[in-house]
Design a protein around this ligand. Structure first.
Ligand code: ZN
Length: 347
């Protein structure tokens, strides 16, 4: 007896055996593995998209559990990176999946150096969305925008070289980039609905890109149960996709501690930072245990988890206020002084 895992989906006319094969061989990059990203990753994998790239700098915290699938209290207790926790839970769904994880903030090189068929925007801030939009325009790839706020969700497939870009959809994108943190909150039940729409578009794209409607924004209100489609045209005066009058966004200024949206994680770009080998030696000398990853090391400092990347980016996790995060960072910087030998490479 041939037990075909995808039998029920191959029976769906618009997918069939040929479509399923396309899904099985596709690679999808998921930017942000929070509420949307965790649902989206698990649905995609169950649907047979076996190659996933997960990018998110954050660790799992208690306030995530209200809306983020895949994560557990044990992940919080272990201080696990979201991408690592997601990978472990996804491999429990399908042990043959190939999941590459990047526990770091999304940057241009992820979008230019990695190979993928589609990017899914599962982010929670417009600064990084602006980066995806512009890199997609520059390098000619497509992505699916999705957002959740309160009880209101939006989804749109974006192919910015030919169709409307994110700036055509939000002409006030520059202002949105300044409103860094979403204080509206997110209703638990909204997330799987928006993720379901995003994954529907992703599967449609991977099976039959030619029939995807890139001029359609879909919105949903999960309190009123209302669902609307809007036609979004490319704006001939759009400074981003039509006039191309922009530089790639600089993600943050040096030495300024900023909170990552909706988290207790803080990010700062150091102007001067130790090389990873020097940092690790210093941590060893101080008897501070650490874990080394390809591009960063993580350790506990003054009771808080800290990651230092070779780019000089520093992330501090689980700190209640910006004031305390800034003070903790200043002390850490002082402690680093003996091991700093050269300028950090700017992002
Ligand atoms: Zn545009």
């Amino acid at each position: 007896m041939n037990l075909n895992r995808y039998d029920r989906q191959e029976r769906v006319k618009v997918i069939g055996k040929a479509g399923q094969q396309k899904l099985n061989s596709a690679t999808v990059l998921i930017a942000g593995v929070g509420a949307l990203g965790s649902y989206t990753a698990s649905q995609l994998l169950r649907a047979g998209v076996k190659q996933l790239i997960l990018i998110d700098p954050d660790v799992v915290s208690t306030t995530n559990l209200q809306r983020q699938a895949l994560f557990t209290e044990q992940d919080v207790a272990d201080g696990t990176f979201k991408v690592d926790a997601a990978k472990a839970h996804l491999l429990a769904i399908d042990h043959t999946a190939k999941i590459n994880v990047y526990p770091e903030p999304l940057n241009e090189s992820h979008l230019t150096d990695l190979t993928f068929d589609l990017v899914l925007d599962c982010l929670d801030n417009f600064r990084t969305r602006d980066l995806i939009n512009k890199v997609a325009l520059k390098h000619g790839f497509d992505y699916i925008f999705a957002s959740c706020a309160g009880t209101f969700g939006s989804v749109m497939p974006v192919s910015p070289t030919e169709h409307a870009c994110l700036n055509c959809l939000y002409p006030n994108l520059e202002d949105l980039k300044q409103t860094d943190c979403d204080l509206i909150g997110v209703n638990t039940a909204l997330v799987p609905l928006v993720s379901g729409l995003q994954v529907s578009l992703a599967l449609h794209y991977l099976v039959d890109k030619a029939s995807v409607n890139f001029a359609q924004l879909t919105t949903i209100d999960n309190w009123q149960l209302s669902f609307q489609n809007f036609k979004i045209n490319k704006d001939p005066a759009c400074p981003v996709c039509s006039k191309r009058d922009w530089d790639l966004p600089k993600m943050e200024s040096t030495e300024q501690v900023t909170v990552l949206c909706g988290t207790q994680t803080y990010s700062v770009q150091m102007s001067r930072s130790p090389k990873l080998a020097q940092l690790n030696q210093w941590l060893t000398d101080q008897a501070i245990p650490y874990r080394q990853f390809k591009s960063f090391s993580t350790f506990i400092w003054a009771g808080y988890s800290v990651s230092l990347f070779k780019t000089g980016k520093c992330l501090l996790y689980g700190i209640p206020t910006l004031k305390e995060a800034t003070a903790t960072y200043q002390k850490l910087k002082q402690a680093f002084q003996p091991v700093i030998t050269e300028e950090a490479t700017s992002l």
